[in-house]
Ligand binder design. Sequence first.
Ligand code: SF4
Length: 333
Amino acid sequence: MAIPDKNEPGSSLLQIQDLNVIYKTDEATVYAVNGISFELGRKETIGLVGETGAGKTTTALAIMRLLPEETGFIKGGEIRFQGEDLVKKSQPDMREIRGAKISMIFQDPMTSLNPIMPVGDQILESLEIHNSENLSKEDLNKRVDELLSLVGILPQRKKDFPHQFSGGMKQRIVIAIALACRPELLIADEPTTALDVTIQAQVLELMRELKEKLGTSMIMITHDLGVVAETCDKVAIMYAGRIVEAGSAEDVFEGEKHHPYTVGLFGSIPNLEEETDRLHPIDGLMPDPTDLPPGCPFHPRCKQCMDICREKMPEFYTSGEHRIACHLYTKGD
Ligand code: SF4
């Protein structure tokens, strides 16, 4: 039997299995992520899509092991990265992994940049922390110049401070820092939401180019279907801490069957070739995560709700890689 090449595009990099995350306060327990599973191959991008409160950012923070120490807890499941379960790693081990192997880009570049440090020094700092090749200061400085050029910023500007750059340029610097150590996985949490539309397109184009050039796998958290259609190989639609539909981008954009939440969210299912739109608001609200309803969590908002939906959590209907958790497709099984 042929042994799969670990660096082949598509070979598995990240496997999330039955992940559960809660936030616990004195008053209540928030069930933020409730048994999600998905897999990401090398050089693949998966889009996590859903309304605010669906559990997308919590999933990302759990992978990075950056949940708030006092209140956020992984209550079950596995996060296998390169075959090792990150849930079992100590924080010192995770500090080695963060930045070097897994990086994250946040929505607002100013939350990631130090306002009183020149941008070149911020990139240099990231390179120094993970300098496994023991490069000299001179070589590290050359890397800073290369990284700035890679994201389309003149290396001569490395002595400038963040406030001397526009929003789009700041996000480019954040991307340079995130990619400094050539991570194998980049998690981008709404990376273009804070930017205006033209700049959004430029930053997305840059991320796509870099992904091609560096072969980085990506988790793209977004509300924007245009971003999903342009950048993602796979899509997972999240609702109330669960994945309710998942598959290849073709499955989710062009397949015949869809979860009613996906249909509502997309307004209608747009074609991958067509201009896509932002997610549409759906009547009603996401359920209270401290008190999730019995049965299908979408049932209070679902126009196709049946009796069974109020009582029983739907299993996944599967067709190839396409999964839909809805009684409409499984009730006859
Ligand atoms: Fe709607 Fe029932 Fe499907 Fe849930 S399981 S999405 S309530 S039809």
